[in-house]
Design a protein around this ligand. Structure first.
Ligand code: SAH
Ligand code: SF4
Ligand code: F3S
Length: 445
């Protein structure tokens, strides 16, 4: 292995495209950290890369189609320079394994989420002999001891647990990500402290069911309390908590820890008990509403966001209306809304779909419309409020403006003013809404 040997004898360069959720973004940062430590440099220009990596997602059919298209389009780099190495990694690599280099014969490596330590050695080999497919699952791999690259100078995401034990009937994640495992809190604290020492102000803890985090010494609430004591860290977020594990202990830790933001992203998936049961979500509509009420009672000005699936197998118009009514009852600040996509290998895949593509699309669109109106109302209600916002960067549209976020996770644009800088936490007055963004001004002095 060496740090030189790229084109023209310079350092080798890698290009990394990431699809899917924040956990994939974190994994890409882990891989970036490993490669850069060994002397490879990142490039945003695939044309000049020696190594091309695509980190893929399998969550819905559309996510796989997009990844396949991107990988297929990389064939021309290989044609032009046969020394280029191409790796397909992530959840789709795990899902389809050795089918990938058969369908896309320019791919050299297919590496699943538990095999990234081996990926590093593979990528430093000068030339691939035959396609290597590494998809063995390892229930203990949590990448402790590897320092991920930082996402940005101000905020960063850190995976605290991997895999999922839930087996929701529509979901491919447990198959591709394996069983749940939590990192030791000491290792998480070390990673957060290092990020803070490099200027990071806000950390977002990641896990598929982040609040089921558990080690011998800690549970999610105790981890939150420990992180809250880290000096220099200003804000803590997490995603996604599962309603089944949202206990009063966690809510108390949130309410009592000043750094934990007044925001929860808590996927509900459906408002119908029949659908929740069929999805194997392990809570009812009533229980979900109870958690929302407890959260709102304990945490002022809480922002609540969610994920919803419409058109699941067997969803009747009445079930769907239950979802619409739950959306109205909670008044989510925003939501990620999806049309059900059958995934081979999941229990629900075995059942024939009961709705046409048009019916599914229609239900999704009606839901989006309803949520959009609610999102706008929630934003409008913030006008006149004083909020603390964390400035993430200057606006790309106007360099004299800053983009920041409130604790409740609303984007706010404010004009530049003396003393404002990237990473500043500033008091701002919210003035108005423009689309789904708020406008405000810093309160100086
Ligand atoms: N672990 C998180 C969800 C991760 S996947 C949780 O349980 O809350 C992100 C979202 O994708 C899910 O919340 C769900 O809304 C959606 N999703 C998962 N599988 C899907 C499928 N087969 N079709 C459509 N949407 C799906
Ligand atoms: Fe998928 Fe359910 Fe696990 Fe979330 S909790 S990742 S939806 S199986
Ligand atoms: Fe996709 Fe894998 Fe995340 S399937 S949503 S990238 S865990």
């Amino acid at each position: 292995m060496s740090g030189t040997g790229g084109r023209n004898g310079t350092m080798e360069k890698y290009f990394l495209a990431t699809f899917g959720c924040q956990m994939n973004v974190y994994d890409s940062n882990l891989i970036g950290g490993m490669l850069e430590k060994k002397g490879m440099a990142v490039t945003g220009d695939a044309e000049e890369a020696d190594v091309l990596i695509v980190n893929t997602c399998s969550i819905r059919g559309g996510a796989e189609d997009r990844a396949y298209a991107r990988i297929a389009a990389m064939r021309h780099y290989k044609r032009r320079n046969p020394d280029v190495r191409i790796a397909v990694i992530g959840c789709m690599a795990q899902n389809h394994g050795d089918k990938i280099p058969v369908e896309l014969d320019h791919v050299d490596y297919v590496v699943g989420p538990d095999n990234y330590r081996e990926l590093e050695a593979l990528l430093f080999q000068k030339k691939a002999k035959a396609p290597a497919v590494l998809t063995e699952q390892n229930a203990f791999e949590n990448y402790d001891g590897i320092m991920a690259k930082l996402d940005s100078a101000v905020t960063c995401h850190i995976t605290i647990m991997r895999g999922c034990n839930k087996r929701c009937t529509y979901c491919i994640v447990p198959t591709v990500r394996g069983v749940e495992r939590s990192r030791e809190s000491a290792s998480i604290i070390e990673e957060v402290e290092r990020a803070v020492s490099e200027g990071v102000k806000e950390v977002c803890l990641l896990g598929q069911t982040v609040n089921s985090y558990r080690t011998e010494g800690d549970d999610f609430a105790s981890l939150l309390r420990k992180l809250n004591r880290i000096e220099g860290l200003k804000r803590i977020r997490f995603t996604s908590p599962h309603p089944r594990h949202f206990d009063s202990n966690t809510i108390r830790a949130m309410a009592e820890s000043e750094k934990i933001c007044n925001h929860v992203h808590m996927p509900v998936q459906s408002g119908s008990n029949a659908m929740l049961k069929k999805m194997r979500r392990q809570y009812t509509r009533e229980r979900y509403l109870e958690i929302v009420a407890e959260l709102r009672a304990c945490i002022p000005n809480l922002g609540i966001t969610t994920d919803i699936i419409t058109g699941f197998v067997g969803e009747t118009e009445a079930d769907y209306r239950e979802t619409l009514s739950l959306v109205e009852e909670v008044g989510f600040d925003s939501a990620f809304m999806f049309s059900y996509s059958p995934r081979e290998g999941t229990p629900a895949f075995e059942e024939p779909e009961t709705l046409t593509a048009e019916e599914k699309q229609d239900r999704l669109e009606r839901l989006i419309q309803l949520q959009m109106g609610i999102s706008e109302k929630r934003l409008d209600a913030m006008a006149g409020r004083e909020e603390e916002i964390l400035l993430e960067d200057r606006s790309s549209r106007d360099r004299n403006e800053w983009v920041g976020k409130t604790g409740c996770c609303k984007k706010v644009i404010i004009p530049d003013a003396p003393g404002l800088d990237k990473g500043s936490l500033v008091r701002a007055r919210i003035l108005s809404r423009s689309g789904l963004v708020l406008r405000g001004e810093a309160i100086i002095g």
